[in-house]
Design a protein around this ligand. Structure first.
Ligand code: NAD
Ligand code: UGA
Length: 461
C-alpha cells in the first residue's frame, strides 16, 4: 500500500517528535498528529516555538520546517483516523493502579480505546502501528478489538517500538541505532511491513531497519529498557560499596567500561534513574514473568527497581542525618527537578522521591530547574502525597536567590549549567559549614573542596 496519509494518535513525548521527523523526511506524506488534550494541541500549534509542549533540543527547527506543510496537529481524532492509510498508536501505557495486575501490569485502556475508535470510524483498509510500549502479545488484543468492532475493512497490525531517549530524541530519531518493525508472516502482513520500511528508508539505512515477528518486536522493547536500567542499578549498587571500601565509582566505571564486551554506556552512577518508562516497563516485565509462573525471573528483574529505590532513599537519609548530626538549618537548595538534563519531563524523577523523604522530616526545600515550571513541581509532589506541606517548598526562578539561608545544596539533575556556576561566589554567600551533595557526580571534587565546600558525591570520598 502506498502511504499518503498518516495519523498518529497521541501528541506526547513520542508522538510529537517522531511524527515531526517522519514528516520532515517524507514531504509527500501528510502527517496528522491528534490528541484529545486540547491544550497540548494548542501548544503544538503555537506561533512561538518556545511554547511547544515538549522541550527537546532541535525539535522546534524540525517543527518549523514541516508544520503547515505536511505536518499538522489537531484534536479532530475521528476525521484524521478516517482519512489515514496508516495509524500510529502512540498513547501512554502507565502502570495499572487498580484491578488485576495493579502496581505492575501495563494499563492498556488508552491503547484499547484507540483500537475501538479506529474500528468505529474506519471505512477503508488501514495499517495500524503499535508505537506505544506494550506487553508482549498486545497486538493480538488490538487485532481482536478491531475485528470484533469492524468486519468491513482490513486492518494489518505492526509493532514499531520507539527507542528514543528524551533530551537526545531528535538525534536518536535522525540516526537511530536500529528501527524495529514486527509484522505478521502473511502476504498482507509483509506488505504492511514493507510500507513502513519504505517510510523509514527515506533517511535510515536499510541495514539498520530490522524486521521481526510481532511478538519479538514487542518483547525486545521491554527487554531493551530492562537491560539499560539494570546497568544503572548495577553501577548504583556498587557506588555504595565504593563508599565503604575507598574505591572510586568513576574509576571503576571507566575501568570496566573500557572492556569492549561490557561497553561504557549507561554506567554513570546517579541518585537513581527516573523517566516515565524504566520503572513501568520493568514492572510490566516482572508481571509478565510472574503471570507465566517464572517467579525467579520476575524476582531477578524486580531487584533492579529495589536498588533504584534504595539509592534514592540512602541519599535522602545522608542529607537528613547530616542536618541532624551537625544541627544545620532544616532547609536545602535542590538543583534540578527534571529526570535528566535537556528535558522538561519530570516523570518518576529521583528529585520527587528525595524531596518527599525530606519533607517527611520537615526539611524545607528551595527548588530550581532551568526547564521545569512551578506548577509541575506542585503536581509531582501532590501526586506522591496529596497532603504535602506546601509551606515547606519554594520554587525559585533564580538559583541562588536565597543562598544565605542554607548550608546544603543537593544536585539532582546533571544540567550543564550547574557545572558552570561560579561556585566561589556562591561559597561566599552560603552558610558555613557548607555542603554539596552531588547526586550526579558532575562537579570537579578537588576544585569544589578547594573553594571550601564539603563535597559529598556518590561512590567516591
Ligand atoms: P505522553 O503521556 O507524553 O503522551 C501520550 C498522549 O496520548 C497524551 O497527550 C494523551 O492525551 C494522548 N492520548 C491518550 N489516549 C488518547 C486517545 N484515546 N485519543 C487521543 N489521544 C490520547 O506519553 P509518551 O511519553 O509520548 O509515551 C507514549 C508511549 O511511548 C508509551 O507507551 C511509552 O512507554 C512509550 N515510549 C516513551 C518514550 C519516552 O521517552 N517518553 C520513549 C519510547 C517509548
Ligand atoms: C529510556 C531509554 O534510554 C530509551 O531507549 C527508551 O526509548 C526510553 O527510555 C523509553 O522507552 O521511554 P529516557 O528514559 O528518555 O530513555 O532516558 P535515559 O537516557 O535512558 O535515562 C533514564 C534515566 O536513567 C535518567 O534518569 C538518567 O539520568 C538515568 N541514567 C542514565 C543514569 O542514572 N545513568 C546512566 O548512565 C544513564
Amino acid at each position: 500500500m502506498k502511504i499518503k496519509n498518516i495519523c498518529c494518535i497521541g501528541a506526547g513525548y513520542v508522538g510529537g517528535p517522531t511524527m515531526s521527523i517522519i514528516a520532515q523526511k517524507n514531504p509527500k506524506i501528510k502527517v496528522h498528529v491528534v490528541d484529545m488534550n486540547t491544550n497540548k494541541i494548542a501548544a503544538w500549534n503555537s506561533e512561538n516555538l518556545e511554547n511547544l509542549p515538549v522541550y527537546e533540543p532541535g525539535l522546534s527547527k524540525v517543527v518549523k520546517e514541516a508544520r503547515g506543510r505536511n505536518l499538522f496537529f489537531s484534536t479532530d481524532v475521528n476525521k484524521h483516523i478516517d482519512e489515514a492509510d496508516m495509524i500510529f498508536i502512540s498513547v501512554n501505557t502507565p502502570t495499572k493502579t487498580t484491578g488485576e495486575g495493579k502496581g505492575y501490569a501495563a494499563d492498556l485502556k488508552y491503547v484499547e480505546a484507540c483500537a475501538k475508535q479506529i474500528a468505529k470510524v474506519s471505512k477503508s483498509n488501514k495499517i495500524i502501528v503499535e508505537k506505544s510500549t506494550v506487553p508482549v502479545r498486545t497486538s493480538e488484543k488490538i487485532k481482536q478489538i478491531l475485528r470484533l468492532n469492524n468486519t468491513d475493512v482490513d486492518f494489518q497490525i505492526l509493532s514499531n517500538p520507539e527507542f528514543l531517549a528524551e533530551g537526545t530524541a531528535m538525534r536518536d530519531l535522525e540516526i537511530p541505532d536500529r528501527v524495529l518493525i514486527g509484522g505478521d508472516d502473511t502476504i498482507k502482513g509483509q506488505k504492511a511491513v514493507n510500507s513502513l520500511v519504505k517510510i523509514y528508508s527515506s533517511w535510515v539505512p536499510k541495514e539498520n531497519i530490522l524486521t521481526t515477528n510481532l511478538w519479538s518486536s514487542e518483547l525486545s522493547k521491554l527487554t531493551a529498557n530492562a537491560f539499560l536500567a539494570q546497568r544503572i542499578s548495577s553501577i548504583n549498587s556498587l557506588s555504595e560499596l565504593c563508599e565503604k571500601t575507598g574505591a572510586d565509582i568513576e574509576e571503576v566505571s571507566k575501568a570496566i567500561g573500557m572492556d569492549l564486551r561490557i561497553g561504557s554506556s549507561f554506567l554513570k552512577t546517579s541518585v537513581g534513574f527516573g523517566g516515565s518508562c524504566f520503572q513501568k516497563d520493568i514492572l510490566n516485565l516482572v508481571y509478565i514473568a510472574r503471570s507465566e509462573g517464572l517467579e525467579k525471573v520476575a524476582n531477578y528483574w524486580e531487584q533492579v527497581l529495589i536498588i533504584n529505590e534504595h539509592q534514592r532513599d540512602r541519599i535522602s537519609k545522608k542529607i537528613i542525618d547530616l542536618i541532624r548530626k551537625e544541627k544545620l538549618e532544616p532547609k536545602i537548595l535542590l538543583l534540578g527537578w527534571a529526570f535528566k538534563k535537556n528535558t522538561n519531563d519530570t516523570r518518576e524523577s529521583a528529585a520527587i522521591y528525595v524531596t518527599n523523604n525530606l519533607l517527611n522530616k520537615n526539611i524545607g526545600i528551595d527548588v530550581y530547574d532551568p526547564k521545569v515550571k512551578q506548577s509541575q513541581v506542585d503536581f509531582d509532589l501532590s501526586n506522591i502525597n496529596a497532603d504535602y506541606d506546601k509551606s515547606l517548598v519554594n520554587f525559585i526562578e533564580e538559583p541562588f536567590l536565597n543562598v544565605s539561608e542554607y548550608n546544603i545544596i543537593a544536585i539532582m539533575t546533571e544540567w550543564d549549567e550547574f557545572k558552570d556556576y561560579n561556585w566561589e561566589k556562591i561559597y561566599k554567600k552560603i552558610n558555613n559549614p557548607s555542603y554539596i551533595f552531588d547526586g550526579r557526580n558532575i562537579l570537579e571534587i578537588e576544585k569544589i573542596k578547594k573553594i571550601g565546600f564539603n563535597y559529598i558525591g556518590l561512590g567516591r570520598n
